[in-house]
Design a protein around this ligand. Structure first.
Ligand SMILES: Nc1ncnc2c1ncn2[C@@H]1O[C@H](COP(=O)(O)OP(=O)(O)OP(=O)(O)O)[C@@H](O)[C@H]1O
Length: 594
């Protein structure tokens, strides 16, 4: 991406602030003129003082001159203060506003993206966050640079150069001749930094995602006493980052030295030439000061050039990743137009195959029929593809091939938000948002009253436990135990009250008593609804109307419990193994004794 393309991309974000921009530009022009006042005043002062000395005049005759230049400099300084304030204030204002617009745009976009986008390794939590943060930061810095540094400084520079040329062609020519050398050195510097900068970017992202992973894994790390091992991993990342940072600094210091040297050559050449012209009576002595100060104005932006380059390179490096996020149109969830009043939940899958974006083939030629009002169970060993199948049914992913119909219509024709409003999901591990228990349950139905909320919590066997907590429904939900958090998810489902329910091992993290309670309440909610359940717990499978047994992405068998049990296939194998793992014989023996 070129800097020009970046500016084009920024245009829609900057456009709403065109009034502030116009004003900032006007101030820039004014600032460029007032910046030349000092050289004029100094030349005038030196020349006038010189002629006074020639006439043997003293301080009495010079009072007027001193008063005049004091007033001019004072007024100029006041005007300049307002100009600089205005430039900075409006530049900052534009920067802050554009920065928040860019960040908000990124958030709005990623919320519309499908799960493939989030499972991409480039979009892991830490990496995605760094890409957005760095992108917004460098782009807004570019805008700030443009209004606060580049425009005012270059306007100053051009005006000063024009004055130098009008004073004397050769003086102007020297000032102008230094510029390409300076540009060339800065360009070389930028080129050398480019590779390191990209490396720095990746290393920074790795470091921040590494730290997030470390925090998330702290219990495992501590229980295995792997603090030193993890510390060494972080140290290695840190060292690589440090190496790149040092290289960047080394390069900068070397080139800064060269640029300083080039600039000083310019100053020396101008002094020599002007002194010659003064001695040759072509100019007054004030011209020496005049030209040096003007050259100072010409070279000021050039002194900043490497920093501007640096920040432009930052923008070039990070904006690409940022705009990639905004441009990920292929990651947008494809939603159809059909908005159902309500859905029955009659799913028919024929010959459905599915591959995850990373290339894992998870489902092969699946034929499944889910009847409305019935409970369909998905059984199989770990990794068989059960959760993947549910992901397809809720439209998180689309099949590679085959047909997936809901109530006789292709699932792709449905408006996704409308579809998902009709579906409830309870997963093995449910997400609990930062906030109170009440806020978390209310996620099921945002306008629910406190009474509705309590009724849902009661059905999920959670209400009594909540009432024992000091802050009751206002308690921080993330402080609850795994089982209690699971019941929050179930309470959300009761509150949402959808006609179709997907349960992916809903009682996996509950104790035996809670599992029984939840099973009872899930049995109640199942009535009259379409339910698809994945469970390793036999008690939840046995009374399903239809069971599909999956193996390595295929449907191995299907039927009712009795049919499958008698078939003596995979289902029977899983069933017998579960019974043995539960030590059922012993349990029955013990129960019989009582
Ligand atoms: N987001 C993903 N990206 C890539 N591959 C995935 C993703 N999720 C699951 N898989 C892979 O797809 C296959 C099926 O996984 P799935 O989670 O559907 O199995 P499952 O039957 O639900 O297993 P379990 O009972 O352990 O939850 C596995 O090989 C798994 O590694």
């Amino acid at each position: 991406m070129s800097i020009w393309q970046i500016f084009q991309r920024l245009q829609p974000f900057v456009k709403p602030y065109y009034k502030q921009i116009t004003f900032a530009l006007f101030l820039t022009l004014l600032g460029a003129v007032t910046a030349q006042v000092n050289p004029w005043v100094l030349r005038y002062t030196v020349d006038t003082v010189q002629s006074m000395l020639d006439k043997n005049w003293g301080i009495m005759q010079g009072r007027d001159l001193l008063l005049r230049i004091s007033i001019i400099l004072f007024v100029k300084e006041i005007v300049n203060t307002f100009i600089v304030f205005g430039q900075r204030y409006f530049g900052e204002k534009i920067r802050i506003k554009v920065s928040s617009d860019l960040a908000q745009e990124a958030v709005s976009r990623i919320l519309t993206y499908n799960l493939s986008f989030y499972s991409d390794s480039d979009n892991q939590k830490g990496k995605l966050q760094t890409r957005i943060d760095r992108g917004v930061e460098s782009l807004t810095k570019l805008i700030q640079n443009f209004f606060i540094d580049i425009l005012p400084l270059f306007a100053n520079s051009i005006v000063a150069l024009a004055i130098m040329f009008s004073a004397n062609f050769y003086v102007g020519a020297i000032a102008l001749a230094i510029l390409p050398v300076y540009f060339w050195v800065s360009f070389k510097q930028a080129g050398e930094l480019q590779g390191v900068r990209r490396k720095l970017k990746t290393q920074r992202e790795n470091k921040s995602s590494g730290l997030i992973n470390l925090i998330e894994s702290i219990i495992v790390i501590k229980s295995f006493v792997r603090e030193k091992f993890e510390g060494r991993k972080q140290y290695k990342t840190q060292m690589e980052l440090m190496e790149s940072q040092l290289k960047t600094r080394r390069t900068n210091f070397t080139y800064d030295g060269i640029k300083s040297f080039v600039e000083q050559i310019g100053v020396v050449l101008i002094i020599i030439l002007t002194a010659y012209l003064v001695l040759d009576h072509q100019m007054s002595i004030g011209a020496i000061m005049f030209h040096i100060l003007l050259f100072n104005n010409v070279s000021a932006p050039i002194r900043q050039l490497h920093r501007i380059y640096d920040e432009m390179n930052d923008a070039l490096t990070y904006s690409e990743g940022f705009f990639d996020i905004l441009d990920a149109d292929n990651a947008k969830e494809r939603s159809g137009d059909f908005t159902p009043e309500s859905i029955q939940g009659d799913y028919v899958l024929h010959n459905v195959s599915f591959t995850y974006p990373n290339g894992t083939k998870a489902l092969f030629n699946i034929d499944v029929t889910i009847k409305s009002g019935q409970t369909t169970a998905l059984v199989g060993l770990s990794g068989a593809g059960k959760s993947t199948l549910i992901n397809l049914l809720i439209g998180f992913y689309a099949p590679d091939s085959g047909t997936l119909l809901l109530d006789g219509l292709s699932l792709s024709a449905y408006n996704l938000p409308a579809l998902r409003n009709e579906i409830g999901m309870v997963l093995q591990k449910n997400h609990i948002f930062k906030g109170s228990i009440a806020e978390n349950i209310r996620y099921g139905q945002m306008d629910a009253s406190m009474e509705d909320l309590m009724a849902a919590a009661k059905k999920a066997y959670l209400h009594d436990q909540i009432m024992e907590l000091p802050a009751k429904y206002e308690t921080d939900a993330q402080m609850l135990s795994g089982g209690q958090q699971q019941r929050i998810a179930i309470a959300r489902l009761f509150l949402k009250n959808p006609p179709v329910i997907f349960l992916d091992e809903p009682t996996a993290s509950l104790d035996a008593i809670a599992t029984e309670q939840i099973k009872n309440s899930l049995d109640a909610i199942k009535k009259g609804r379409t339910v698809v359940i994945i469970s390793h717990s036999l008690s939840q499978i046995l009374d399903s109307d239809q069971i599909y047994v999956m193996k390595k992405g295929h449907i191995e068998e299907s039927g009712t419990h009795t049919e499958l049990y008698e078939k003596e296939g995979l289902y029977r194998e899983i069933f017998d193994a579960s019974a043995r793992s539960l030590n059922l014989d012993k349990m029955i023996e013990l129960i019989a004794k009582e």
